[in-house]
Write a protein of this length. Structure first.
Length: 275
């Protein structure tokens, strides 16, 4: 297991400077976002020369692009918006080889028209599931075409809101191109009468063999749930890391949900537990 970080954590004037900042913290993995190269996160077009220059910058700084962010609202109630997301996913997939990565991360979206990260009462409806599944089936066709992996991240505010729904999704798709992005903070459910550690253990029982990337952030519940830097919330990181070790996870553990001035503290926190 190697530590990495969201490239968007660092605000710089160029991709080179962002990668230098990542390397300056002793990190060798990153989850990249095309916004770091001055484009929208899901652009309509990516010049081959730009993609190759990003890969060269990663090589110069000895950083592996573990994944490329490709989140869009797969469950949006407007079919045209879902189709536009699929078209832009195709653009990202087409660029993966030149960028030097083989994984795109996704979320399953929400019926909320304003934000794919906000809960909506219709997220648990059959219609939301059907629309999301249709979007993912189209995404799988793209993944097969370009031989990439799609990392789906369960999250409470999304249609796939827990580990059981994620396992159902994997079973229904039945594709080796679909894996899981595991994030302990995302699985916190204030409505559950079970402990966070029980929910997390169940998630690993169901999904452990399918994890392609693990995320490291935290969550607080002071009146309202809020994502914070790893080590600053209620996630039992010792338990989380033990579960990752138990399933022989050797991929990247990617920090996010933190500011640049919190990076050293979170890294020290995680490294102390690993050691």
């Amino acid at each position: 297991m190697e530590l990495g970080i969201f490239a968007k954590t660092f605000s710089r004037n160029s991709v080179e400077e962002i990668l230098q900042a990542i390397r300056g913290h002793g990190l060798t993995r990153t989850q990249f976002n095309m916004s770091c190269a001055g484009l929208p996160p899901m652009p309509d077009h990516i010049e081959l020369e730009l993609a190759q220059s990003i890969r060269s910058a990663c090589q110069r700084n000895q950083i592996e692009m573990s994944a490329l962010s490709g989140t869009f609202n797969m469950a949006h109630p407007d079919a045209d918006i879902r189709r536009a997301g699929i078209d832009r996913l195709h653009v990202l997939a087409q660029a993966c080889s030149a960028l030097g990565t083989s994984t795109i991360t996704l979320c399953t979206g929400s019926r909320n028209r304003d934000s794919m990260w906000k809960v909506h009462p219709d997220n648990r409806s059959k219609e939301a599931w059907s629309d999301m599944l249709h979007s993912l089936a189209s995404a799988v066709e793209i993944a097969e075409q370009y031989d990439i992996v799609l990392g789906v991240e369960p999250e409470l505010a999304n249609v796939v809101y827990d580990a059981s729904r994620a396992k159902l999704l994997l079973d229904e798709l039945g594709s080796p191109h679909v894996k899981i992005v595991m994030d302990a903070a995302n699985l916190y459910n204030p409505e559950s009468d079970r402990s966070q550690n029980d929910l997390l253990s169940e998630a690993f029982d169901l999904l452990g063999e399918h994890i392609v990337i693990a995320h490291a952030k935290d969550i607080t519940t002071n009146g309202q749930a809020e994502f914070v830097a790893a080590g600053a919330g209620m996630v039992d990181y010792q338990h989380y890391l033990q579960l990752l070790s138990a399933v022989n996870f050797t991929g990247p553990l990617i920090l996010h949900g933190l500011s640049e001035d919190q990076v050293d503290g979170s890294l020290s926190f995680i490294k102390a537990l690993i050691s």
